[in-house]
Write a protein that binds this ligand. Structure first.
Ligand SMILES: *[C@@H]1O[C@H](CO)[C@@H](O)[C@H](O)[C@H]1NC(C)=O
Ligand SMILES: *[C@@H]1O[C@H](CO)[C@@H](O)[C@H](O)[C@H]1NC(C)=O
Length: 386
């Protein structure tokens, strides 16, 4: 929450700046339109050329955007000033085992990345940033957020869980997400990594559900996906920002997103796995204060411009124990000093719900069977007030 409050302030400031900038450039526009226009354009082109690396191969995916296959050693992350001497790691130093389940769940193969064609060996898929994304990025800063999460106080080194993926309806300016996170510190010192699914038209220029990450170090602005450099992609098929090509059917077949975020005890990098496959990592050097986390959470988030109703969270249904009805996280676990995944202790569970008149979240502890330690969250579109 605290981080969102801060983000809002920062966003407002950016917004003011942007409005001012628009006003200025409009004035100039009347005087010297052509030159001014091309200057703005050139600046955007310059930024794009820094973000987008010359691809070995480019793939136009069905969802309507371009994925570049970039030399793994030349990916945008390595432009980050703190990663100048970073040595690429291909896999974490710990091992993971796949798990099987028997629920009615659609297969996860190729759900979160490239589908028909893949990137050549030695390259990784990176969603291409467009001029539009950079402009959109400026417009993101006019939002109001209401979150609901589930937290425990301890020292954490990992968080995981499998969530049902939905397709809540949102309008431009709004966001609706289901995610888990690790966080450390508070106020201006907050460091955070968030992973999940969301619908966010302003970020993608579409209404689809996407796999997303968000990270933030201290008082610097946070970043979605690869809109700023940092996340190191190692997988050849799954990538952050990709459209999730199928979503769950109400009381029918569930589409799931198994997520795991674990700090490597050796390097202190935070490794991200999706559907039990390693996608890449957030290097330890990106963070001012994330050697451990003092909070982990699972739940939903919605964002809406101030003065408007918040969109549906999850399925739009309130938690009621029916896993085909409201959005869930199952088999959730965290790692403490033992660095082994364990089910969250029910007596330490806390709920954080800043919009209780619309949404709810419930932790069930260990439900046994294929659900294990699980929770539900969500609620209908409505006014959170203020
Ligand atoms: C998203 O959906 C709304 C309503 O269905 C539609 O008006 C809008 O154009 C869509 N936006 C994008 C970016 O596709
Ligand atoms: C999370 O950890 C638990 C306990 O080890 C495990 O059963 C579950 O499969 C893990 N889930 C994911 C998505 O990694």
């Amino acid at each position: 929450m605290i981080h969102h409050q801060n983000k809002r302030i920062v966003k407002m400031m950016n917004m003011l700046f942007f409005v001012f900038y628009l006003a200025t450039s409009t004035t100039v526009y009347t005087v010297d339109s052509l030159q001014r226009m091309s200057k703005d354009d050139l600046e955007l082109e310059r930024q794009l050329s820094l973000i987008n690396k010359s691809p070995i191969k480019s793939i136009h995916v069905e969802a309507g955007y371009i994925v570049d296959c970039v030399d793994i050693y030349k990916q945008p992350a390595f432009d980050h000033p703190l990663l100048q001497n970073h040595k690429l790691l291909i896999k974490p130093s710990f091992e993971r085992k796949d798990t099987q389940t028997s629920m009615k769940i659609s297969p996860t193969k190729s759900l979160y990345g490239l589908q028909k064609v893949s990137c050549p060996k030695g390259t990784v898929p990176i969603r291409r940033v467009t001029k539009n994304d950079l402009i959109q990025d400026k417009y993101l800063f006019n939002d109001h957020c209401s979150c609901i999460t589930f937290t425990f106080r301890w020292s954490y080194y990992g968080v995981n869980g499998t969530t049902s993926v939905w397709h809540p309806s949102v309008v431009k300016g709004q966001e609706s997400a289901g995610h888990l996170y690790v966080q450390n510190g508070n106020g201006d010192g907050t460091n955070k990594i968030v992973v999940g699914w969301h619908v966010f038209p302003q970020l993608y220029n579409d209404n689809y559900t996407h796999l997303y990450t968000y990270w933030k170090s201290g008082n610097a602005n946070g970043c979605y996906n690869i809109l700023c450099n940092g996340f190191v992609q190692t997988a050849q098929i799954y990538f952050v920002g990709s459209r999730i090509s199928r979503t769950s059917v109400y009381r029918g077949t569930m589409t799931e997103l198994p997520i795991s975020l674990v700090q490597d005890p050796a390097s202190k990098n935070w490794w991200l796995s999706v559907a039990f496959k390693t996608i890449g990592y957030f290097p330890a050097h990106l963070f001012s204060n994330l050697k451990e986390a003092d909070e982990v959470g699972w739940g939903g988030l919605t964002v809406t411009p101030s003065g408007t109703d918040s969109p549906a969270m999850g399925t739009g249904g309130l938690p009621n124990g029916d896993f085909g009805y409201a959005c869930y996280f199952r088999n959730v676990a965290y790692q403490t000093v033992s660095r082994k995944f364990i089910g969250p202790v029910t007596s330490l569970a806390a709920t954080l719900n800043d919009c209780p008149n619309c949404y709810n979240v419930r932790y069930y502890g260990d439900k046994g069977g294929q659900f294990g330690y699980s929770l539900q969250f969500g609620g209908p579109p409505c006014s959170c007030g203020k």
